[in-house]
Design a binder for this molecule. Structure first.
Ligand code: NG6
Ligand code: CA
Length: 504
């Protein structure tokens, strides 16, 4: 078992690599609470992620900070609640950098302690300061908020520009074929999903009808940059190779790696090796692909002799969605699989499936296998990992939960504010309180209940994980207590600026 005091001892005789563990955050995109066999999925086998869950701590009450990507990633890296920053919403590919370059971040924390730091994978936190010239060095971005090295996709796999960016430079760009990007209007004579449907290999269902890249219609318009365009089916292998190369190159110095995988977000483009493997269509196939990548990645850590000196944290940025804008059989071939694992709602939802996600900590030889019901949030990694490094961070919402994360305690947070497309709710102890929100509850396009109901909602999610029984009427004392705490933590103007979300 991990000895609570030993990691805090500084021994000047011991080389830095022996005292400072590497830390790797493996972050999936839109993976649901019920999408892994270690989290009780019966229709999908995810043996490699299961090995982490079963050999480490599997958290059952862990939350992303938001039910969408950008706000969750913002909180993960800054330790600040996303609803404190009004701009922390799903960003277009042209959005400016969301994180203040003066703000403390996870990678900055590690850098200060002498670590090498890198992000490989999805960024989606904005780049530049307003107008980006994709043909020049793009800054500020990940490298300006603490990452020594970055190899990213700017926004999402379904958004332009569909190119990789390494340390601020588009990879493989031919300066004679410059890239232009616009989210409002198309470039003259450039084909779109509307003008050239015959060019499509994947059909759009809602949104996703702008520029076509690799036969896939995207969000946003892009021109040029042909030699730099990524291959969708090779993306998983590509990021894996980068992540493997990174750990090999940095094994002699402690490192912090944020490996932000793109699966199972749309467009789901499994490598042909995984096509048809799940029987569930591309969504299932890319989950198997992600699981394979993680297996290969962990093998590399093992071969390089790093596993016993590396804390691996696995999670997902928000809950699951089946139809997120393309016809890709996710609904039709679902069978008996329940991506939400019995929770209500999904991505975009203030109900549990929006934010409650798989969360695993694994550290060979240090963390003993366990299942933990402690309430933890990804936003807490900042303070917790600061504690691991024997330092601290101030003025954030992040809580030091190192003890539960390492299995030294079952005590997590007392309470947490959850967020979903501008709406917020309170989890406190076994209870969830959701205030009244206007607007439609069921979103046909994505087939998800987002949580807008005309009455206040109160659930005991320990007794009723599926949030089937609203106890607001039958338990007025608890309702009052929760409401008061919610308004104290969140402020009375919590309903300001919460608008009907347009799914684009
Ligand atoms: C939505 C997109 C969805 C997805 C999401 C971001 C439409 C109609 N829907 O606006 O497909 O890209 O944004 O997902 O365009 S996230 O996981 O990065 O938050
Ligand atoms: Ca996401």
């Amino acid at each position: 078992m991990y000895c609570n005091s030993s990691h805090k001892k500084e021994d000047s005789e011991t080389p830095i690599a022996a005292t400072k563990p590497n830390v790797i955050v493996i972050y999936l995109d839109d993976l649901g609470y019920g999408d892994l066999s270690s989290y009780d999925a019966t229709e999908l086998e995810t043996p490699n992620i299961d090995a982490l869950a079963n050999g480490g701590i599997k958290f059952t009450n862990a939350y992303a900070s938001s039910a969408t990507c950008t706000p969750s990633r913002y909180a993960l890296l800054t330790g600040v609640y996303p609803w404190r920053n009004k701009k922390a919403k799903i960003l277009p590919g042209t959005a400016p950098l969301l994180i203040d370059t003066l703000q403390i971040t996870l990678p900055k924390l590690f850098k200060k302690e002498g670590y090498d730091t890198a992000i490989i994978g999805k960024w989606h936190l904005g780049l530049g300061t307003g107008i980006i010239d994709w043909n020049e060095h793009i800054s500020p971005g990940p490298n300006e908020v603490g990452f020594d090295e970055s190899y990213i996709l700017a926004a999402t796999q379904d958004r332009v520009p569909t190119v990789y960016i390494q340390n601020g430079n588009v990879v493989g760009l031919d300066k004679n074929d410059p890239i232009e990007v616009d989210y409002f209007k198309n470039f003259e004579n450039e084909p779109t999903a509307i003008s050239h449907p015959e060019m499509l290999t994947m059909k759009w269902h809602h949104g996703h009808n702008n520029s076509i890249v690799n036969g896939i219609p995207r969000i946003g318009f892009m021109k040029g940059g042909d030699s730099a365009k990524w291959s969708d089916v090779d993306m998983a292998d590509h990021f894996l190779e980068k992540a493997q190369a990174y750990v090999k190159a940095h094994k002699d110095n402690p490192f912090f790696l944020y490996y932000a995988m793109q699966q199972p977000h749309v467009p789901r483009t499994p490598h042909p090796r995984f096509e048809g493997k799940s029987g569930m269509g591309p969504r299932g196939d890319v989950i198997l692909e992600a699981d394979w990548c993680i297996g290969e990645f962990v093998k590399t850590l093992e071969t390089e002799g790093l596993l016993e000196n590396t804390l691996i944290i696995f999670s997902s940025d928000n809950g699951p969605v089946l139809n997120d804008g393309y016809y890709d059989d996710a609904v039709e071939k679902l069978g008996n699989h329940d991506p939400a694992g019995g929770l209500r709602g999904g991505k975009y939802s203030i109900f549990e499936a929006g934010t409650r996600v798989p969360f695993i900590t694994y550290w060979k030889g240090t963390i003993e296998p366990a299942v933990s019901d402690a309430i933890v949030c990804q936003m807490d990694l900042l303070a917790s990992l600061a504690s691991l490094l024997n330092t601290e961070v101030k003025n954030t919402d992040s809580k030091d939960l190192l003890d539960p994360l390492l299995g030294n305690s079952e005590k997590g947070r007392d309470h947490l504010i959850l967020e979903a497309t501008g709406k917020t709710a309170l989890r406190s102890g076994d209870w969830i309180y959701i205030p009244v929100y206007e607007g439609r509850n069921f979103r046909e396009a994505v087939g998800i209940e987002v949580g807008n109901l005309p009455d206040e909602q109160l659930y005991n999610v320990v007794d009723d994980a599926g949030q089937k029984e609203n106890l607001a009427q039958s338990n007025p004392e608890k309702l009052q207590e929760m409401k008061q705490l919610f308004e104290t933590l969140r402020g009375k103007d919590y309903n300001n600026g919460v608008k009907e979300v347009i799914f684009q």
